[in-house]
Design a protein around this ligand. Structure first.
Ligand SMILES: [Zn+2]
Length: 349
């Protein structure tokens, strides 16, 4: 069985469009989208519009093609849209919201989890303490949770987070697959210590809870995302943890995905650039198309087989707009309903 894993598309429509054509050309049985599916530029409270006016159609195309699509929201996708996302997925027999759920395709069982370990950024909808003894990073401002009425600002995020389950708890709560040797976990948050979590500034921000869980349970595969630049920074997009293979494709300028052939357990990472030919000039994908870039293999910056010379360089790390971090005199500014802070452009995201 062949599946395609992609993550952190953040509403980039050309990537979504290519994804469909590639999945069809490669005849994959399933596409797995590992979270952070909605746009994060602009007003996050408009993400519902993307679900209704874009994602719904995108999913319908996979349904029509008979390709499974297992997906979930990520930490930059507002949690208030979870129900809408769920309802949208439910419209299609082949589309599954995998958040905290499992789904079987053939002999394989996929289990999803999209909570993340806390980070310095303000949007806390999907954040958890990693473990009970988790040490918080210095924060870029007060915590924010999305609500139907706008942002709820948390006076003391650390105290609030301590009342929530930890990532370790969330992992323990997941459905237990019948056979770990045929289980594929889709966990947005990467484990620590494997190079799959390295930010542009060199900081390694992965999860101990995820690492321990995988080491203890030893599923066949674990698919991760979240730190877009990690593979380019660490030079690693996969790692082994005991018998488990962990994959983190990353996601920078090019469409980046990994194809996985489950029977021989073959993996290929692909980087597809938007401008390999004039936009709109393609009507089909065949073996000679850039799908065939397959073999953009490990530890390469850019693809030696690619017709383009551009390298997959890490995007610059942008800092938050100052006013969204701290107001005059170290006080928080009075937050507008939809503050600038939500334009989180830097990693982790
Ligand atoms: Zn993320």
């Amino acid at each position: 069985m062949k599946v395609l894993f992609v993550t952190d598309l953040h509403g980039t429509t050309w990537k979504y469009e290519r994804l469909l054509r590639i999945a069809q050309a490669l005849r994959v049985e399933a596409v797995i989208s590992g979270g952070d599916m909605l746009p994060k530029s602009g007003d996050l409270f408009d993400q519902d519009k993307f679900i209704v006016h874009y994602l719904d159609q995108h999913l319908a195309q996979f349904e029509a093609a008979g390709i499974y699509y297992l997906c979930y929201l990520g930490n930059d996708d507002l949690r208030i849209f979870s129900d809408l996302f769920d309802e949208t997925c439910d419209r299609y027999a082949h589309v599954v919201n995998l958040a905290q759920r499992s789904f079987k395709i053939g002999d394989y069982e996929f289990v999803g989890m999209n909570w993340v370990a806390d980070y310095p950024f303000r949007l806390k909808d999907w954040c958890r303490m990693d473990t009970p003894d988790y040490v918080f990073q210095e924060q870029l401002g007060s915590g924010l949770l999305s609500t139907r009425q706008g942002w709820r600002e948390l006076d003391d995020w650390f105290a609030y987070a301590r009342t929530l389950p930890t990532l370790e708890d969330e992992l323990a709560r997941l459905v237990r697959p019948a056979d770990m040797e045929r289980a594929i976990y889709v966990i947005h948050m990467p484990p620590y210590r494997l190079g799959l979590d390295k930010c542009a500034d060199g900081l390694e921000v992965g999860s101990k809870a995820v690492y321990d869980f995988l080491l203890e349970n030893q599923p066949l595969l674990a698919l991760h995302g979240h730190i877009h630049e990690a593979p380019e920074i660490s030079g690693r997009w996969y790692a082994t943890l005991g018998r488990t293979i962990c994959i983190q494709p990353g996601q920078l300028t090019p469409l980046t995905y990994v194809t996985i052939d489950l029977e021989p357990m073959n993996f290929d990472r692909h980087l597809i650039f938007q401008a390999t030919r004039p936009l709109g000039s393609e009507t089909r994908v065949d073996d000679n198309d850039d799908v065939g870039l397959g073999g953009c293999r490990l530890r390469k910056r850019g693809c030696p087989k690619s017709p383009v010379r551009e390298n997959c360089a890490p995007e610059p790390v942008l800092s938050l707009p100052k006013e969204s971090v701290r107001g005059e005199g170290g006080q928080l500014p009075s937050l507008p309903r939809r503050p600038l802070v939500v334009k989180l452009r830097q990693s982790p995201s």
